[in-house]
Write a protein that binds this ligand. Structure first.
Ligand SMILES: [Zn+2]
Length: 135
């Protein structure tokens, strides 16, 4: 499978600046990221997670540290287990429909129906069902 993502797309700038191209991977959850790549390959369109490395504003769409204004100790982002995706060429609602239909294939545990992005996470549900929520 293609790499699809640079590590800076998965971790915030403070982590990337401090730990660089190799050790920043220590802050990526292998299980969640592996399935994120599978979802990306299935959808077949670019996923924007963080884009600060290319001058964009998104810094906290993957792993979040307490420095984040969006930090919550109980968020799946705080354990590197969630991504907020903007899909190039698909409306958030369209990607959310794909996740609802195929979440078992990608082992997705949580889906937030956000208006401008799609939050997916790999929380552990004993039933294997998808938790769908709105903020
Ligand atoms: Zn999120």
């Amino acid at each position: 499978m293609k790499a699809y993502f640079h590590v800076a797309e998965l971790v915030p700038p403070g982590i990337y600046r401090r730990f660089g191209d190799l050790r920043s991977w220590n802050f990526v959850n292998r299980y969640a990221f592996g399935h994120l790549k599978e979802l990306r390959e299935y959808v077949g369109r670019p996923f924007i997670i963080n884009n600060y490395r290319n001058g964009g504003p998104r810094e906290w769409s993957g792993f979040r540290t307490p420095d984040s204004p969006y930090f919550s100790p109980t968020s799946q982002h705080s354990i590197a287990n969630a991504y907020d995706i903007i899909c190039d060429g698909l409306a958030p609602q369209e990607l959310q429909e794909i996740v609802k239909k195929h979440y078992r294939r990608f082992r997705i545990g949580g889906l937030e129906l956000a208006p401008a992005w799609t939050h997916v996470d790999w929380r552990y549900n004993l039933t294997g069902d998808l938790v769908v929520f709105k903020v």
